[in-house]
Design a protein around this ligand. Structure first.
Ligand code: FAD
Ligand code: SF4
Ligand code: SF4
Ligand code: SF4
Length: 381
């Protein structure tokens, strides 16, 4: 068997890994630590199932939003601890209340970010918050299918390529399945993040939580916890990882041509930040506390949002307001010109050197406060 799909299009969604009847596929780290499937030819029986279900080999039916809502959780605690307005948690709690199962991206455990299956309210805390790194699905599509066959509600929250992977793996819709995708501008690898974490603490295995956005939601920082207590915090401007993430410097190849970065979507509901919210919104003055954008794409999604209404404040907005405010609803992230140079330096000299040696002049100025102040003073004269 040759490649499952064109490597540049492989999103690392794990659908092939889940479908293989011979467990012949392993996900292995390659350049920049991004994971790709590797087939063990001794086990492979050439059934071609992996190729058939790979979402990168087919065109998905994408749907236009039916409506757009600005949203905040009525529970201020939920909103405070979430990345945006707390939509994901409100939806997760509603499914668990119905006796259902939620699949989402866990925070760090033993140095890894993996998807988990949860069925208890207290566990929702584990999936709360954006992890700005690629989280591994492992065998969670198989588990979700088992749950669906057993007849319970299943909510699966992930990046659009992961929802495409799930749908492709399942091969049909289930009445009790609700899928939610995040607006997504791309993912760095776990190895890149660990390079940064290793510089911040002595033992990465002791880190039991990482928060990427706290305090004011418009501010981004890396906060590492040990035994549930904040151990160390790094502002974005001090972090090569975070600055690289924001500049789309080292995402997976597939993120730069992402077919899901459009206003037509793959799930029942899309959630994100309501960037670009206009002044006439009743949430406008509270943007720094986090306001979610919710786009229902299917009648099932719309019905579920209405069911959850008692726990959220919703305001209907123009769909185009959301689309104009959020570039990832229009196009994928641009691949930086220095992507290949970054890879070359990174493989020999590591994250920090690669970051420093691939900055543009504008970025060097931005990174250096003294030079920047001087530059602005000169420019002002
Ligand atoms: C890599 C990445 C890039 C993003 N880019 C954008 C963007 O460009 N524009 C925008 O508007 N929003 C973006 N978001 C989404 C945004 O950061 C919030 O996650 C989203 O608004 C949900 O916030 P919340 O308050 O509803 O829930 P939160 O409590 O923040 O819950 C987040 C939910 O997302 C899931 N999740 C978290 N991290 C990951 C991950 N790495 N992979 C898969 N699932 C994950 C969790 O399972 C959880 O259910 C991005 C998120 C990620 C993870
Ligand atoms: S199924 Fe997913 S992980 Fe496997 S080759 Fe296709 S895109 Fe890559
Ligand atoms: S061809 Fe079949 S057996 Fe071989 S890796 Fe793909 S799914 Fe597995
Ligand atoms: S940008 Fe696209 S390919 Fe990359 S993680 Fe997000 S949804 Fe997947």
């Amino acid at each position: 068997m040759d490649r499952i799909c064109d490597k540049k299009d492989c999103t690392g969604c794990f659908a092939c890994y889940n479908i293989c009847p011979k467990k012949a596929i392993e996900m292995k780290e390659e350049k920049l630590g991004h994971i790709y499937p590797e087939i063990n030819l001794d086990k492979c029986i050439n059934c071609n199932l992996c190729k058939k279900i790979c979402p990168s080999n087919k065109n998905f039916q994408l749907r236009e939003p039916l409506k757009a809502y600005a949203m905040k959780s009525k529970d201020e605690e939920i909103r405070k601890n979430s990345t945006s307005g707390g939509a994901a948690t409100v939806f997760a709690l509603a499914i668990i209340e119905k006796g259902g199962i939620v699949y989402g991206a866990n925070n760090i455990e033993n140095g890894k970010f993996n998807f988990i299956r949860i069925n208890k309210k207290e566990k929702v805390e584990k999936i709360k918050g954006s992890k700005y790194v690629q989280c591994y699905i492992n065998d969670m599509y198989i588990r979700a299918k088992e749950d669906l066959i057993s007849g319970v509600y299943v909510l699966f929250i992930g990046t659009p390529c992961q929802i495409a992977g799930l749908k492709s793996f399942l091969g049909k819709d289930y009445d009790k399945l609700i899928t939610i995708d995040l607006i997504c501008h791309g993912v760095p690898s776990q190895r890149l993040l660990m390079n940064e974490i290793e510089e911040m603490v002595e033992d990465v295995n002791k880190v039991d939580k990482i928060l990427f956005r706290t305090q004011e939601k418009t501010g981004f920082n890396l906060n590492l916890y040990e035994d549930g207590k904040l151990k160390i915090s790094k502002e974005m401007k001090e972090s090569c990882y975070y600055k690289g993430f924001m500049r789309a410097l080292f995402y997976r190849e597939s993120c730069y041509t992402c077919k899901y970065a459009t206003q037509s979507r793959v799930s029942d509901i899309t959630i994100g930040d309501f960037w670009g919210l206009k002044e006439n919104s009743r949430f406008y003055k509270e943007r720094s506390k986090g306001v979610s954008l919710i786009l229902p794409l299917t009648e099932k999604g719309l019905k579920f949002i209405k069911e959850c209404k008692k726990n959220m404040e919703l305001e209907e907005r123009e769909i185009m307001e959301a689309v104009y405010g959020n570039s990832q609803l229009r196009h994928s992230s641009n691949k930086p010109k220095k992507y290949n140079k970054f890879i070359k330096i990174y493989e020999k000299q590591g994250l920090k050197k690669a970051y420093l040696k691939t900055r543009t002049v504008k970025q060097i100025l931005k990174d250096n406060k003294t030079i920047m102040n001087l530059y602005e003073r000169v420019k002002g004269k």
